[in-house]
Design a protein around this ligand. Structure first.
Ligand code: A2P
Length: 347
């Protein structure tokens, strides 16, 4: 395999797709050729890349011929619809949707946590859910020095998690409310501006929504810890981009806050943000556009001797989606893992 990769972005016009494009350029990914794919709605549009305007094509049967790597971010049904064609064409698919994340044949990878899992791919590698990635990047290094037994998470999720249209909707809702008008709702079931609501994904019989179950199940898979106890409450908040999370950890033995701070200060992908005098800790505004997960307010849990509290913010579009996918792609190049799949029957 040449070190120059023929890449396609499926969902190139979306919030994550445009960030993928920016990251491929800014990180000098070794591209031989780049194809931009989206729905027929976007055919004829162009997007900037390396000083040129590249055409966007409607995805079709022939889109993946001669492609080595597909970065997919066009939703679960689009990923499911095209996965077989992608693998059949001999390309590796890094999929941002939830379509294949819990498939036992598909590795679910965060390069700072389980890079070796990428080597087991059979054509598809799944990029985890955004809140899961941000939490895992912060919790994994602590789990290495003192095993975590239980995680209780509360999330404060921005509009960007629902795509470009949702971000625009938050802006127009804000303007409408300020003018005394009724805010329009299309992407979300309720107004998000000046409001918040529990995550609007599907609820199961036990009362958990899909987003919360992603945090539970994906963390277990990524950590290779099927027994890990995880619970979450996911909430949508009127922030444009970058998610926040309040995390309570219960360890097998006490982990002093000072030790946790030292570990996180040296952890890959993490930036410790704590100024106790100024009461300055991670904020979504500061995390926006940044690669690292910002972590702070690390403190002993008063209610449990083995408990620890922390607060984090991370750019949902970047480390929560596009950056993680690009880091997986870089890992594949580094380890020479972009090869036609050996098994494709399952897709
Ligand atoms: P399009 O812009 O043509 O609709 P976001 O997450 O920001 O909403 O973006 C979703 C991305 O997925 C967009 O690039 C969108 O393209 C793309 N997309 C949505 N549905 C399809 C589809 N059926 N086939 C191909 N691309 C799709």
């Amino acid at each position: 395999m040449s070190s120059q990769i023929r890449v396609a972005i499926l969902g190139a016009t979306g919030a994550v797709g445009t960030e993928l494009l920016e990251l491929l350029e800014s990180r000098n990914f070794p591209i031989a050729d780049l194809k931009l794919l989206a729905s027929s709605r976007s055919a004829g549009r162009t997007l900037p890349f390396q000083g040129e305007q590249l055409p966007v094509e409607a995805v079709s049967e022939n889109s993946f011929k001669g492609i080595d790597l597909v970065l997919a971010s066009a939703g679960g049904s689009t990923s499911k619809a095209w996965a077989a064609k992608i693998v059949e064409a001999g390309a590796v698919m890094i999929d941002n949707s939830s379509a294949f994340r819990m498939d036992s044949q598909v590795p679910l990878v965060i390069p700072e946590v389980n890079p070796d899992a990428a080597a087991t791919h059979q054509g598809i590698i799944a990029n985890p859910n955004c809140t899961t990635i941000l939490m895992a990047v912060a919790v994994w290094p602590l789990h290495q020095v003192q095993p975590v037994e239980r995680i209780v998470a509360a999330t404060y999720q921005s509009a960007s998690g629902a795509g470009f249209q949702a971000m625009e909707e938050l802006k127009t809702q804000t303007q409408a409310i300020l003018k005394g008008e009724t805010p329009p709702t299309q992407s979300f079931p309720y107004p998000l501006a000046f409001n918040l609501f529990p995550h609007n994904s599907k609820l199961n019989e036990e009362g958990y929504c899909e987003e919360e179950l992603k945090m539970v199940n994906e963390t277990r898979k990524i950590f290779n810890a099927p027994q890990l106890r995880v619970t979450a409450t996911c909430v949508r908040v009127p922030v444009l981009r970058a998610h926040s999370e309040a995390i309570n950890l219960e360890f097998t033995e006490p982990l002093p806050a000072a030790k946790a701070r030292e570990v996180l200060a040296n952890a890959p992908g993490v930036r410790l943000v704590e100024d106790w005098q100024a009461n300055y800790f991670p904020m979504p505004m500061d995390a926006t556009g940044k690669d690292e997960v910002l972590v702070g307010r690390i403190r002993q849990d008063l209610s449990h001797p083995c408990g620890l509290e922390l607060w984090l913010c991370g750019d949902q579009i970047r480390k929560g989606a596009a950056l993680n996918a690009i880091q997986i792609a870089e890992l594949l190049v580094e380890r020479n893992l972009i090869q036609p799949a050996k098994a494709m029957a399952a897709y």
